[in-house]
Ligand binder design. Structure first.
Ligand code: AHG
Ligand code: MN
Ligand code: MN
Ligand code: MN
Length: 310
């Protein structure tokens, strides 16, 4: 039963990238998610469900738990004294704390539309050294915590992905999978088909139709963390494409697409915008959006072919 911090110090022996400050940052982010997990599970008793009656920089109605999760993570990371920039989905501008150290981009609560109906939601984070606005391939670490039937942490460092479960008795994230690799192929596709006629690419419609021919199952939760987590463990493909209204799709590069792409690719899968690998995209704006196609090598490779042939 190896706790997260012990695991990180063990990995640090053979991996100079993992320094004490990075262990501290990862430890503090995950400790903030334990607090968030507690609030999520008691939300109805604490009157923190529902809307905070305000609209965020994304144009979304902010949920009370979005706001609470954001302040828990922000306050925790400020206290480390090792963070230089914080970029949150819920905050218009970057919070500049110092000119050196680690920068963290985070989605404090992903899947907000599912909070009030008790469906799995999560927290996503991406860690860079120095400036946060760098291509995803330069991430030092990325991860997510999913608040589901169990609270799970999936953490990627360059070259490997590890999986932890929050043990409610000890309060520790305990290692359950080391060097996790995802299936090469699956039988599930995940996309919001309500927008089928609005997708920009005809090739995407032909690809989805081909999966139906091959008797794939459709699963779509509407929380990116839940849909990516299932894709990581069962294989298959998750897509949030460009449509005629949102030419860059809906998902945000810095704190959704990039960290998830880092995890998927370090677990042996692929992640693309449809035109280029997500990890190659150079961020221009803090909250910029990109189309997301990620999952097993077989399905993502096939999708890219269909997009090319139109
Ligand atoms: P967030 O709750 O952080 O704003 O993210 C919501 C995102 C993502 O979790 C999910 O994949 C997507 O919204 C679902 O969008 P649709 O409801 O348009 O399918
Ligand atoms: Mn949101
Ligand atoms: Mn999100
Ligand atoms: Mn969010």
């Amino acid at each position: 039963m190896i706790p997260l911090i012990t695991y990180l110090f063990q990995k640090a022996v053979e991996n100079p990238l993992i320094d004490d400050d990075l262990v501290l940052i990862i430890g503090e982010i995950t400790s903030a998610t334990k607090t968030i997990a507690g609030k999520v599970r008691k939300a109805a008793l604490l009157d923190i469900l529902g809307s905070a009656e305000k609209v965020n920089v994304q144009g979304e109605v902010v949920q009370k738990l979005d706001e609470l999760a954001n302040s828990i993570i922000t306050d925790t990371l400020k206290c480390t004294g090792k963070a230089c920039m914080l970029a949150s989905e819920e905050v218009e501008d970057c919070l500049i704390l110092s000119d050196t150290g680690y920068s963290i981009a985070f989605d404090p609560l992903d899947g907000s539309s599912n909070i009030d109906v008790n469906v799995s939601i999560g927290t996503i984070f991406s860690i860079h050294k120095g400036d946060i606005k760098k291509p995803g391939k330069e991430q030092i670490a990325a991860g997510y915590v999913i608040y589901g039937p169990s609270t799970m942490l999936v953490l990627a460092l360059p070259g490997f992905v590890s999986v932890f479960i929050l043990d409610p008795e000890s309060g520790n994230f305990i290692l359950v999978e080391d060097n996790f690799k995802m299936p090469e192929k699956g039988k599930i596709y995940s996309i919001n088909e309500a927008n089928y006629n609005k997708w920009v690419d005809d090739g995407l419609r032909k690809f989805i139709d081909s999966l139906k021919e091959e008797k794939y199952t459709l699963r779509y939760v509407g929380s990116m963390v839940a849909d990516v987590h299932r894709t990581l463990f069962k294989g298959g493909i998750f897509i949030y494409p460009a449509d005629v209204k949102n030419r860059n799709g809906k998902l945000r590069l810095l704190y959704e697409a990039s960290p998830m792409a880092f995890i998927i690719e370090n677990a042996g899968g692929l992640a693309t915008t449809g035109e280029k690998p997500i990890l190659e995209v150079v961020p221009e704006k803090l909250h910029q959006r990109v189309p997301v196609i990620l999952g097993s090598k077989y399905e993502v490779g096939k999708c890219i072919e269909y997009l090319k042939n139109g």
